[in-house]
Design a protein around this ligand. Structure first.
Ligand SMILES: [Zn+2]
Length: 203
């Protein structure tokens, strides 16, 4: 298995291809070699990203079958099933890198801000289970002067939500924490721009 920094390099190069509008021949070849992945996979990165239709990890990183272990949930939140999915992939495949991938104009973060502005009692409890995970991160920002600048408030909230999810993954699992401490795993945040197609890693 490659190292975390090699994995990051591969993702960055793939994203550059995506931004330039080209696809790697590897990505297409892997699609033809589908049968080879029936009993084997060796994903070099785990991506915990938002469900947003405009942010599909395999496409924006130009990767093929078997390359990425992807967990998608609205708002790229971290709940026990997400932690479990990451633990599973790390243990099973020895994947060295986890990327928590948020994005500009995230609807889940917008819904959280909206809920702080207009608390409503008739929201579905299932939707609230997502909003309630984002709220503790957004609320302190909402209580500052950022409240008067909706664009900045959204940007800062998206950034803070990615960092909170990254932090939660790092410290919400004994297994992941140990692997990070031993230098066998890197967990990093990143933000995708809907406007430019670029992914910026938080380094
Ligand atoms: Zn989103």
């Amino acid at each position: 298995m490659i190292t975390a920094s090699e994995a990051k390099k591969r993702l960055k190069e793939g994203n550059q291809r995506f931004v330039s509008g080209v696809r790697s021949i590897d990505t297409i070849v892997k699609q033809i070699q589908r049968a080879e992945f029936v009993i084997h996979q060796e994903p070099f990165a785990i991506v915990l990203g938002c469900s947003d239709a405009r942010v599909p990890a395999e496409i924006i990183f130009d990767q093929g079958l078997g390359d990425l272990f992807v967990i998608r949930v609205a708002g790229n939140i971290v709940a026990p099933s997400q932690v479990g999915s990451v633990e599973f992939a790390v243990e099973r495949f020895g994947t060295p890198l986890v990327v928590v991938l948020g994005h500009s104009m995230c609807g889940a973060v917008m819904a959280t801000i909206d809920d702080l502005e207009n608390p409503s009692k008739d929201k579905s409890s299932n939707v609230l289970s997502i909003v309630n995970r984002i709220r503790p991160t957004v609320e302190p920002l909402f209580d500052t002067e950022l409240r008067n600048d909706p664009g900045k408030l959204l940007e800062s909230s998206i950034h803070a939500n990615i960092l909170a999810a990254t932090n939660h993954l790092m410290h919400g699992s004994h297994l992941l924490e140990q692997l990070v401490q031993r230098g066998d795993l890197e967990i990093i945040g990143a933000e995708y721009s809907l406007e430019t197609g670029e992914v910026v890693f938080f380094e």
